[in-house]
Design a protein around this ligand. Sequence first.
Ligand code: AP5
Length: 212
Amino acid sequence: MNLIIMGAPGAGKGTQAELIAARENIPAISTGQILRDAMKAGTELGNVAKSYVESGGLVPDEIVIGIVRDYLVSDACKNGFILDGFPRSIAQAQALEDMGVKIDAVLSIEVDDARIVKRMSGRRVCECGASYHVDYNPPAVADVCDKCGKALYIRKDDKAETVINRLETYHSQTEPLLDFYRERGLLVAVEGQEKVEDTTELVREALSKIDK
Ligand code: AP5
């Protein structure tokens, strides 16, 4: 399955992408996580990305398009992939089409802005990529990752004012992609629920109906 997951910041893209990836045994490619890893490692990519990510804007198209292109031609993606957080602009979607990669479906997880703000304040993440929520998806031991045992922390871009900017960026630059994919008959929309497992069930049901 070649799947794109869309949704506002904090809609649950990463959470659902990891679950689908484990179920389907395909990689989930999160451009946000790739950029955060590069920022942490202090690479040239990370240094360029930092100001965009930390202010809640989009990293320039040509940079993320290059990253995704490299992943999609790698062996890891030969049996399918999930794109989490890409494309995020019409230019990125067009570049993906130009790569000639067949997309089976575009899953949009829909959550309203007020619930997003509430969710982001409770998110805790691990450097291994795992993500939790203090109320909705807590780790077994508070502030410790279930997967690798490291200490959890709050993402810098989860500050309230940055979340507002990220939502604005989503509505102005990314939301138009819903029509782009609706016109191509690829859009599958699911309403994000209050509980992770309820959203997972809706996603599973929606994806069971798509042609692969
Ligand atoms: P990215 O990392 O993609 O951030 P995002 O889109 O803002 O999404 P998040 O990771 O914040 O949230 P999510 O939807 O994955 O939700 P999650 O599952 O964690 O990008 C970060 C930045 O990188 C961007 O702002 C941009 O600067 C840059 N960037 C990335 N891609 C780019 C691109 N293509 N082009 C240009 N720039 C790019 O869930 C959120 C929280 O809610 C968690 O705590 C979770 O446990 C909880 N939760 C999840 N589901 C539920 C549920 N159903 N009920 C209750 N709680 C839930």
